[in-house]
Design a protein around this ligand. Structure first.
Ligand SMILES: [Fe+2]
Ligand SMILES: [Fe+2]
Length: 184
C-alpha cells in the first residue's frame, strides 16, 4: 500500500481561518521545493509535503483574535500560541500518520532553535530524517515573512534570509536561488 493510501487524511483544511489555510498550502509548496533542492526521494518529498500542509493545524484551536492580534502579545497569549504543535498532535492522533510526519508537526519550531552549529541543510537532510522538521521551518519562516498577514505587511525575503542565516542555515542563498525566491 502506498504512503498516500496508507496515510490518507481527511482534515477540514478549509477551516474558518482562511489565512491559516493559505499559510499551510504555501509552506507545503515551499517545503516540497526545498526537499527537491535537497535531492530527496519521492517518498520523502511526500512526507515533507504532507507534514508541512498540516504543520500548524493545531492553530485551529487557538482563538483567531489572538492569532491575528496586531502588536505585542502578552506572555499568556504567547504561551497559548506555543501550544499549537501539541494541539496539532492531538487533532492528528486519530489518523494513521507516520512518525516522520508527526515529527514535522511537533518539532517545526523546536529543531531549528536547537541547531548545534551552522549547517548546510542539503548536507544534513540526506541521511538524517530528524532534519525534516527543519525543512518545514525554513519554509515556515519564509512564508511568515513574505506573506501579508492580518497583523503585518508583506516583507522582503531578504528579512527571512537574514533570519535563517542567523539561525544557522548556511546554504539559504542557494536554497532561495533553487526555489525561485529572488533577493533584492
Ligand atoms: Fe507553527
Ligand atoms: Fe507555520
Amino acid at each position: 500500500m502506498s504512503l498516500i493510501e496508507n496515510e490518507y487524511i481527511q482534515i477540514d483544511l478549509l477551516s474558518k481561518n482562511g489565512e491559516l489555510n493559505f499559510h499551510l498550502v504555501n509552506v507545503a509548496i515551499l517545503s516540497g521545493l526545498i526537499g527537491q533542492y535537497c535531492e530527496l526521494s519521492q517518498r520523502d518529498l511526500i512526507i515533507i509535503i504532507l507534514g508541512s500542509v498540516i504543520h500548524d493545524i493545531g492553530k485551529q484551536e487557538i482563538p483567531i483574535e489572538i492569532l491575528d492580534k496586531p502588536g505585542k502579545l502578552s506572555i499568556v497569549e504567547k504561551n497559548l500560541i506555543n501550544t499549537h504543535p501539541y494541539e496539532g498532535l492531538k487533532i492528528l492522533a486519530k489518523f494513521n500518520l507516520s512518525q516522520e510526519v508527526l515529527d514535522i508537526v511537533q518539532f517545526h519550531h523546536q529543531y531549528i532553535k536547537e541547531l548545534p552549529k551552522a549547517i548546510k541543510l542539503k548536507d544534513i537532510v540526506q541521511d538524517h530524517r530528524a532534519a525534516y522538521p527543519i525543512i518545514c521551518s525554513v519554509a515556515d519562516v519564509t512564508d511568515a515573512v513574505i506573506s501579508k498577514r492580518a497583523y503585518k505587511l508583506s516583507l522582503s525575503p531578504t528579512v527571512s534570509r537574514d533570519d535563517l542565516l542567523k539561525k544557522g542555515i548556511l546554504d539559504i542563498d542557494e536554497i532561495y536561488k533553487a526555489i525561485g525566491i529572488i533577493l533584492d
